[in-house]
Write a protein that binds this ligand. Structure first.
Ligand SMILES: Nc1ncnc2c1ncn2[C@@H]1O[C@H](COP(=O)(O)OP(=O)(O)OP(=O)(O)O)[C@@H](O)[C@H]1O
Ligand code: NI
Length: 341
């Protein structure tokens, strides 16, 4: 079966059966929705900084893939590259395909048709993403008018229905609220309603749980799970919160200093982390004793030679200092480390 020869990082649709990914111990069937291949992003300023190097991964229909890693490792840049929202001073190489179509080659008009409708994003700061001068109802109805040419009245009633479906018992009242009247948690839920009102095949959520209290995080988690189960959406989930990611993701990609160092399903990753950085990251969790990884992530404009993690790695060998390791596939997972030949 061709599916056996596929790559774990890049799962191409090579057979009519579609591809499979591991979800815990169960196998998910589905077609590849998003495929990122050897993505490189640099920013040109006084000096050129290579922010992403050789990022490759794919997301299937209905799959949740999480990107985790310390601040500044490049998670949001991946999200912005997919949405074609990087600033003009950026240089992008590699390929990003959505349903087999290249997103990088698209002009703004073509991209506008995909944004919101096929791929939606929840940005890192919900209060900034909602417009303060329009009511929630207006902001929810607008994409329906723009993308689906819906009449205002019908769009408003569909918007109210979307809020009801999102679990707002007082959905009619919510339609008239303004973002400044509402809590961060509530705005985050409005934003998810707005982002998913057009039923996108892929939702990108950049730190959706940031700044929310425990109750709001639980609600958010239930909503994201709902999107997956009821609407069959795929999700690219970016988060610092490893517990949140563990509960929601089908696969987790661990990033360090602009590259993926490990990719695995949550139970393999949490029970048997392979990369020394992943091990360090897990040991720094409260229930594992809060042991921080010594040192800091290297600045992206002066990366160390060899393995980017070697200055902080307790297991480094001579070759780690000299040679940059490639990412290698081991069964259903992938790791970038010489410990795994
Ligand atoms: N427009 C830009 N110009 C120059 N450098 C940038 C630009 N945008 C991002 N960067 C740099 O790219 C690197 C990756 O940033 P990014 O926001 O993707 O990190 P992140 O992993 O999302 O971090 P966080 O967890 O804090 O959100 C950072 O070093 C950042 O300073
Ligand atoms: Ni970010």
């Amino acid at each position: 079966m061709k599916a056996h020869s596929r790559s774990i990082l890049l799962e191409r649709n090579t057979s009519l059966e579609g591809n499979t990914v591991l979800e815990g111990n169960t196998v998910l069937e589905g077609n590849t929705l998003l495929e990122i291949r050897d993505l490189k992003v640099s920013f040109q300023g006084i000096e050129t900084v290579n922010v992403l190097s050789g990022i490759s991964f794919s997301i299937k229909e209905n799959e949740t893939l999480a990107l985790v890693g310390e601040t500044g490792c490049g998670k949001s840049v991946v999200a912005h590259a997919v949405m074609n929202l990087l600033p003009p001073e950026s240089r992008v190489e590699g390929s990003i395909e959505f349903r087999g179509k290249s997103l990088l080659g698209m002009n703004e008009k073509e991209m506008a048709k995909i944004r919101g409708k096929e791929i939606a994003i929840i940005f890192q700061n919900p209060s900034l993403a909602l417009n303060p001068v329009y009511s929630i109802g207006h902001q929810l109805a607008e994409p329906l008018c723009v993308h689906q040419k819906e009449k205002k009245k019908k769009a408003l009633s569909r918007a109210a229905l979307a809020l009801k479906r999102m679990g707002f018992a007082n959905f009619s009242e919510c339609m008239n609220y303004y973002p400044s009247w509402c809590s961060g948690g509530m705005n985050q839920r409005f934003l998810i309603t707005a982002s998913t009102i057009l039923n996108p095949a892929l939702l990108i959520a950049d730190e959706p749980s940031k700044g929310l209290d425990k109750k709001c995080i639980a609600e958010l988690e239930a909503e994201l799970r709902n999107l997956k189960i009821e609407r069959k959406s795929a999700l690219l989930l970016i988060s610092h919160d490893l517990g949140f990611v563990q509960r929601l993701a089908d696969r987790i990609a661990v990033m360090y200093a602009g590259e993926i160092v490990e990719l695995a399903d949550p139970s393999s990753l949490f029970e048997n982390p392979l990369h020394p950085y992943t091990r360090g990251l897990l040991n720094s969790l409260p229930d594992k004793g809060f042991i921080p990884i010594p040192g800091f992530s290297p600045p992206l404009n002066s990366l160390p030679s060899g393995c980017r993690f070697h200055p902080r790695c307790p297991l480094r060998e001579k070759r780690c200092i000299q040679i940059h390791p490639e990412i290698k596939e081991i069964g259903q997972r992938a790791v970038r480390c010489f410990l795994y030949p």
